[in-house]
Design a protein around this ligand. Structure first.
Ligand SMILES: Nc1ncnc2c1ncn2[C@@H]1O[C@H](COP(=O)(O)OP(=O)(O)OP(=O)(O)O)[C@@H](O)[C@H]1O
Ligand SMILES: [Mg+2]
Length: 582
């Protein structure tokens, strides 16, 4: 045995781990833990980016999604948008280095936030097929369309440019991504079809042209020309700011006084509030931020807590809206009762967020199983890790029995019911990089519960009214049964004619209704919901869920958009376009 201390031999092995190397090995953290999910995640990352980019540029999005079966579990995914495009210099870094993006450093509501999504898809594609991704992007008329073939240098997390060119492209502006990857295509609740349908529902301003691996085309045309309300970028709210973050902000601030620091670094802090915070913190408003010690920063934290500061502004959040949420539920589910709510914004750790909830009850839904749950975050459907999500926890902790549903302790309620929850926030706290479940912040759970209770109370009164009406109708039917016998007996006793017997019958029916009041049946009428679209509701539904423990039974849902399904082969025009690009 050598006399060399072990620490020395260990030191030889110790070196930095590259971020791309790390994620190549831990691809499950990014949503690439099985072939089916990998295909779905790739499309989701690209579509989310296209929607974000169009929204930021004020463009009505038109996105084409094409999945080509290359056999042997290989697929080619082609996503093309009409967004603002990407400047030439940025293309390689955006697509071929992890943790590079425009959304991480700003607090504003968007689908992406980490700067990892699309490069992770490229990484997965190159790991499983060895092929580079092909990117084309153009930023406008009079600008060239740039074409790149890219791989990620996993050791350095840098782009490896295999080909770079200027190409002909008949699109004025936009981005086209082509990635080959190992995948598996299946229908069902966690399928691409299902994800695109849900996306179309909560983004009624988008047109999606989807060609599936069977070369069938499904078009989700936009249902409105109205774009979502543009969201504003905000500063963090002082409530919830942590000491370390406050110290960093103080260290790098360019403000000359504590008062102006508070006003410029935080939202909802004007001159008066800033002075009040300083007073409550026993600090002078004209103290230089850089001179604030750790202890002084601690007092500042106390000062913030003691000061009454108004809630964050609502213009940084763009909810779906209660009306649209209900329309979505009506389109997807033929139920008998609908209710939706959009709450006012709240704050967790200084970040504003807003909860929306909806319920579709009864009708064609099964009564003997757990309710169906639809989760959305910043208008993106969440299809995985339902069990780990704070939405599920909030539902489980709500007392559904008082709202007319069965529920065992620690479980989702049982009944003919679909619940939808949307969280909109300037920063959605996901439990992992794959953005599938929302973290268990008490403030978020509390707000989801309040939204559920609001909907639950309305559901409860509907369910109990239905019960009351049911009992009453039953009682009436007993009484009604005797009317012919009473009429017949009276006819015999009073020796009346047949026509009098009929009259007595009618009179007794009138008396019954007069005595017990008029009653409309609350039985489910299949034809009442004119928004219901059966073909649309069936998209992504018609296959058995896989028996994969990592993929829980999700949900389906909601709203909007006409669509047409054709069995036609791929669009010829698009093919021409692809040929030109190659
Ligand atoms: N289709 C697109 N059009 C215009 N810009 C895009 C497009 N796709 C990506 N981008 C830009 O590239 C950046 C990186 O995208 P990426 O998906 O890797 O991260 P992100 O969207 O910022 O966050 P997340 O990891 O949560 O998805 C984006 O922030 C955006 O600036
Ligand atoms: Mg993204």
């Amino acid at each position: 045995m050598s006399d060399e201390p072990t620490a020395l031999s260990m030191a030889k092995m110790q070196r930095e781990v590259g971020v791309a190397e790390f994620f190549a090995r831990n691809r499950h953290l990014l949503g690439f833990d099985n072939k089916r999910k990998a295909l779905m995640t790739t499309i989701k990352e690209a579509v989310d980016n296209s929607l974000d980019a169009c929204e930021e540029a004020g463009i009505l999005p038109e996105i084409s999604v094409e999945v080509v079966d290359m056999q042997n579990d290989r697929f080619r995914v082609i996503i093309e948008d009409n967004g603002p495009g990407i400047v030439k210099k940025q293309i390689p870094r955006i697509f071929a280095s992890l943790l590079y993006g425009s959304k991480f450093h700003k607090l504003s509501q968007s689908r992406g936030q980490q700067g990892i999504g699309i490069s992770a898809s490229l990484l997965y594609g190159q790991m499983t097929t060895g092929r580079p991704a092909k990117i084309t992007s153009r930023i406008g008329k009079g600008h060239d369309a740039h074409y790149y073939e890219l791989k990620i240098d996993t050791k350095k997390n840098r782009p490896d440019i295999l080909k770079e060119d200027v190409v002909e492209w008949n699109k004025e502006h936009g981005t086209r991504i082509e990635i080959d990857l190992e995948g598996s295509y299946q229908q069902g609740g966690q399928s691409i079809d299902y994800y695109l349908k849900q996306t179309a529902i909560v983004n009624p301003h988008v047109t999606i042209i989807y060609t599936n691996p069977k070369a069938e085309q499904i078009i989700f045309p936009r249902a409105t020309e109205e774009k979502p309300k543009p969201v504003k970028e905000i500063k963090p709210h002082p409530y919830g700011v942590e000491l370390g973050m406050l110290q960093d902000l103080l260290k790098f601030s360019e403000s000359r006084t504590l008062q102006s620091f508070l006003m410029s670094e935080f939202s909802r802090v004007g001159g008066g509030t800033a002075k009040q915070i300083c007073e409550n913190a026993s600090l002078l408003p004209n103290t230089k931020p850089k001179q604030i010690s750790r202890d002084m920063a601690e007092s500042l934290m106390d000062g913030i807590k003691k000061t009454k500061i108004i809630m964050p502004p609502t213009d940084c959040i763009s909810p779906i809206g209660a009306e649209l949420l209900e329309k979505g539920l009506r389109k997807e589910i033929n139920a008998e009762f609908y209710t939706t709510v959009t709450r006012t914004p709240s704050v967790y750790r200084g970040n504003p967020f807003l909860i929306e909830a909806g319920i579709a009850y009864g009708g064609e839904q099964r009564a003997d199983q757990s309710i169906r749950l639809l989760r959305f975050a910043n208008r993106v459907p969440l299809l995985y890790q339902q069990g780990a999500c704070s939405v599920t926890k909030s539902i489980i902790q709500t007392q559904w029995r008082s709202y007319g549903l069965n529920q065992s302790q620690g479980a989702l309620p049982i009944g003919p019911c679909t619940l939808v929850i949307h969280i909109a926030s300037v920063w959605v706290p996901f439990t992992s990089e794959s953005k599938e479940a929302i973290a268990h912040y008490p403030e978020i759970i509390k707000d989801i519960k309040l939204a559920l209770q609001e909907c639950g109370r309305k559901l409860g009164s509907y369910v109990s009214k239905k019960k009351r009406v049911g009992f009453e109708l039953e009682k009436r039917s007993f009484i009604e049964k005797y009317i012919p016998h009473v009429s017949e007996a009276l006819k015999e006793l009073l020796e009346l004619k047949d026509k009098d017997e009929e009259k007595i019958k009618e009179l007794l029916e009138v008396i019954l209704e007069k005595q017990r009041g008029k009653l409309d049946s609350m039985e489910f009428d299949k034809t009442k919901n004119v928004d219901f679209d059966e073909d649309f509701a069936n998209i992504g539904k018609d296959a058995k869920e896989p028996n994969d423990a990592s993929e829980e039974q999700p949900s389906e849902n909601k709203e909007n958009n006409d669509h047409k399904t054709t069995e036609e082969n791929k669009d010829d025009k698009k093919k021409d376009n692809q040929v030109k690009l190659k």
